[in-house]
Write a protein that binds this ligand. Structure first.
Ligand SMILES: [Zn+2]
Ligand SMILES: [Zn+2]
Ligand SMILES: [Zn+2]
Length: 419
């Protein structure tokens, strides 16, 4: 998720040679119906609506620029399309695996969202990664898999990419919020891209923080020993990308920028078939008695999953989104992101009526956090996203006492690994 500095940003990627090679416009403006990304002096980037939307309208749909399943998520055996992250297990298989109980059964299987694509899944014959469809296999090949395919080395622990991933995994235990494999995929995309300058410009457009906060971001991602961990990751990274072509990324500063880039911009992608099934069956019009039975069945399944796998987290991986990542936070948001297709396509919907010229904002806080006092909200945003919120709701409550709301405790405020 993007963090927004309250000050106008400059060209920030510390890959100085890239900066020199590309004539990057300082004030980038993306043009695209039905919104515009504008650089507002004193505020930074903002998504401004170009038309009016009513509650529930889709503002846009966007495929991830790059996405990747979390490293532990893969290690735990969660089967998902290697390209779009669609689950490749049925809802029942999903619940059974998460609860480690083969006897569990899921009713209303006709509402299992995976039914539509499970029959079509295919594999890369070289390395064995699975895809939900031939389309995804071809798209992956076109964008990065020619380079990224590890062939027979995929399960080889001594392969430099696997060593890098293992190093990351040991530093970043679940619940997962990011993965070094996103950077690995970006490297492969770079090598495969025909227009490298344009690719780098896109990558640079994700930069939204000052170089001097990169340390803070990396600290947030890796925790207390971040300096020694960064050094170790950096060494593993350089071992995995020895080609001259990657040399612009294998300087210490460039690597730190890449880490900060995924730390600030990557968006958790929610593709769990179980969560999607719950959404679908909860909307069914069925007799009261049956509804109650279904609800207690769902509670029971959540509890069983919770007992074994811990708190149910819907995010299976993360990705970078060119437009979605430019949306600022508001404690009174007028839009919300969803993943209704159980893949890496994000859909932005209007939560309120929006007029042309109005800024489109989402909430970086979850619903519980949004209900808290101004003081608490600001503390969470400062801690996790490194900015001070000055949304209309925060400004309106500016005279509220600086107290945490009743049900807050310190633990909720400072979650060191939450990034
Ligand atoms: Zn797919
Ligand atoms: Zn392959
Ligand atoms: Zn606010």
């Amino acid at each position: 998720m993007q963090r927004k500095p309250p000050i106008e940003e400059e060209g920030l990627f510390s890959l100085v040679d890239i900066e020199a090679r590309l004539l990057i416009k300082k004030k980038q403006t993306f043009k695209m119906n039905p919104f515009e990304i504008m650089s507002i002096p004193g505020k930074g980037r903002a998504m401004i609506s170009q038309k009016s939307f009513s509650v529930g309208d889709i503002i846009f749909e966007e495929e991830a620029f790059v996405s990747c399943q979390f490293s532990w998520n893969v290690a735990y055996g969660y089967l998902a399309c290697d390209h779009c992250m669609r689950p490749l297990e049925t809802t029942e298989q999903n619940v059974r695996r998460l609860a480690s109980d083969q006897s569990l059964s899921v009713p209303f299987q006709e509402h299992d969202p995976t039914k539509q694509w499970l029959d079509h899944f295919c594999v890369c014959v070289q390395c064995g990664v699975k895809y939900c469809s031939e389309d995804c296999r071809v798209d992956a090949l076109k964008k990065y898999h020619k380079v990224a395919c590890m062939g027979n080395f995929r399960q080889d622990d001594s392969h430099p990419i696997n060593i890098l991933n293992d190093t990351w995994k040991k530093m970043h235990y679940p619940p997962e919020t990011g993965t070094i494999l996103l950077i690995v995929r970006i490297m492969a995309m770079y090598k495969q891209s025909k227009d490298k300058a344009a690719f780098l410009e896109t990558l640079k457009s994700f930069q939204s923080v000052f170089v001097n906060v990169e340390d803070q971001i990396v600290h947030k991602m890796l925790g207390a020993n971040f300096e020694s961990q960064m050094l170790e990751l950096y060494k593993r990274f350089c071992n995995a990308f020895t080609d001259e072509e990657f040399s612009i990324f294998t300087t210490p500063d460039a690597f730190k920028s890449l880490m900060a880039l995924i730390g600030t911009n990557s968006q958790g992608i929610a593709t769990s078939s179980f969560a999607e099934w719950v959404k679908k069956v909860s909307d069914l019009t069925i007799p009261e008695e049956e509804k109650n039975k279904l609800e207690s069945c769902i509670d029971d399944l959540y509890n069983k999953v919770g007992e074994f796998a811990g708190e149910f987290l819907n995010n299976e991986g993360s990705g970078l989104y060119q437009f979605q990542s430019k949306i600022n936070h508001s404690c009174f948001p007028n839009a919300q992101s969803n993943f209704p297709y159980s893949n890496h396509i994000v859909v932005l919907k209007a939560l309120k009526d929006i007029q042309p010229g109005e800024e489109i904002c989402i909430s970086y806080l979850d619903e519980c956090q949004l209900d808290r006092s101004r003081h608490t909200r600001q503390a969470i945003l400062k801690e996790n996203y490194l900015f001070v919120c000055s949304c209309p709701r925060c400004l309106e409550q500016i005279n509220d006492p600086d107290e945490t709301s009743e049900d807050d405790d310190d633990q909720d405020l400072v979650d060191d690994d939450d990034m």
